[in-house]
Design a protein around this ligand. Structure first.
Ligand code: SF4
Length: 363
């Protein structure tokens, strides 16, 4: 008799085999040993766009300084953002602050216990809501992250991109049935681990896989093409020209706080000209641009120009850093730029790319 099945595995059989595998292959996740929804929330948000090795150090520092929702709520916003410096994607920390206000203001400091109520909180999407509900409150809601989508897509041989809404619903439906008779925290943990350890993005370990005789992709020999890739949206190209002014006598530079709603809101930066092209500016053009910003320079010397770029989710930003040695002062009474001693620049929360640039400089 053929030991391979060409009908999809039943959700309850999948759950049973997965949990058995998990018992034999535990993978301790220190931040998931707690049942505290606050700590689970912070860890999940940090790990959204950060590797575990880097995120873990940030998580520990953050929890040490803000051990409860109340300490976070009472803290100064600038200090909280400082603890996020280097993690990038600052919308995450701004949403953490907003959510802390909601939890303390509306829920008396207690996290809501249902998936739907968690989903209404700022910055908490389906994945994080499911993780908090499952890990903290044992609500039977499956988590859907990239690992999980991949495992189920392969197992059921779903050939549409796993990011499609319909595909997600199909996978969610399967897992929702599977999780019902399990301990949700164990099921979700096992599922995520399976994707990270066995059914990995490339070279999945099919010969040792618990589901090898039930995996339709393996049976059809299409594992390598699943999950199907989504057609990528083109990234928007942007050109940031930063004027890093250094007054060698006074040992000062100029900063401003970003208020634009697109990226890095409330972070600090050097005077910035956003242009439509990647062409470097000469000194005359720089002086004119600075004048437009209300900054007057005398005898400027262009020490160097450095180019970098950074890929964000929907955009690619090209940077020009103009290292300019000059005396400077404001020409307008109301200007958003302020002088900062070179030794104090690092105490401001700056975007990662600016920190990297500074590290290669004297300041
Ligand atoms: Fe993934 Fe291979 Fe297991 Fe299928 S047999 S679930 S592709 S590891």
């Amino acid at each position: 008799m053929n030991k391979y099945h060409d009908t999809p595995i039943k959700p309850e059989d999948f759950a049973y085999d997965l949990i058995q595998w998990h018992k034999k292959n535990p993978r301790p996740m220190p931040w998931l040993e707690t049942k505290d929804p606050y700590q689970i929330w912070i860890s999940e948000i940090i790990l959204q766009q950060t590797r575990v090795a880097q995120g873990w150090a940030y998580y520990q520092r953050f929890i040490q300084r803000f051990p409860t929702i109340h300490t976070l709520y009472a803290a100064d916003e600038t200090e909280i953002i400082k603890y996020w410096e280097g993690l990038g994607y600052y919308a995450r920390i701004r949403n953490i602050i907003k959510t802390a206000n909601v939890i303390v203001g509306q829920y008396n400091g207690h996290f809501p216990k249902t998936y739907d109520d968690l989903l209404k909180l700022p910055g908490i999407g389906p994945y994080t809501a499911a993780a908090i509900a499952g890990f903290a409150f044992e609500v039977p809601t499956p988590v859907l992250d990239g690992n999980v989508l991949r495992v189920v897509s392969r197992l059921l041989a779903i050939e549409t991109p796993s990011q499609n809404q319909k595909t997600k619903q199909q996978i969610y439906h399967f897992l929702h049935q599977a999780i019902q008779k399990t301990l949700p925290s164990s099921f979700n943990q096992a599922l995520m681990n399976y994707g990270a350890l066995v059914c990995t993005p490339s070279n999945p370990n099919c010969p040792t896989c618990t589901f090898q005789h039930r995996c339709i992709s393996l049976l059809k020999n299409i594992v390598a093409s699943i999950p199907a890739k989504k057609i990528k949206m083109e990234k928007k190209e942007r050109y940031f020209h930063y004027f890093v002014l250094t007054d060698p006598k006074q040992k000062t530079t100029l900063l401003s706080q970003r208020n634009e709603k697109d990226i890095w809101r409330l972070l600090f930066q050097f005077p910035l000209l956003e242009k439509e092209d990647d062409l470097s500016l000469d000194m005359n053009s720089i002086v004119s641009a600075l004048k437009e910003m209300g900054i007057e320079v005398s005898s400027p010397h262009l020490h160097s120009v450095e180019k970098h770029h950074q890929l964000l989710t929907h955009q690619k930003i090209h940077f020009h850093f103009y290292d300019i040695r000059t005396e400077f002062h404001g020409t307008k009474t109301q200007t958003k730029y302020f002088k900062v001693n070179l030794t104090e620049v690092k105490s401001y929360t700056l975007p990662v790319i600016l920190i990297k640039f500074l590290k290669s400089k004297i300041i």
